[in-house]
Ligand binder design. Structure first.
Ligand SMILES: [Zn+2]
Length: 75
């Protein structure tokens, strides 16, 4: 098969079913299960950053939206 072979290097949106390249990082945690210094990272494309942020915000999870995506950082 010819192609770029998509590896793990390409950041992809965390929205279910979305294969767009991620351009945003959403750092969040669930206060009920995560310690205060824990952060989960979701990646989002331009189309879904609002959806994912609202999804977390509606649950009163502390979150921070950062432009760009880090590389090689496990979430
Ligand atoms: Zn997306």
């Amino acid at each position: 098969m010819i192609g770029f072979g998509g590896g793990f290097d390409e950041p992809v949106c965390s929205r279910a079913g979305c294969r767009e390249r991620a351009t945003w990082s959403i750092l969040w945690r669930n206060p009920k299960i995560h310690a205060a210094d824990r952060r989960k990272t979701w990646l989002a494309c331009d189309a879904h950053v609002d959806f994912l942020r609202d999804f977390l915000a509606s649950r009163d999870f502390p979150l921070e939206v950062v432009e760009g995506v880090g590389t090689g950082e496990p979430s």
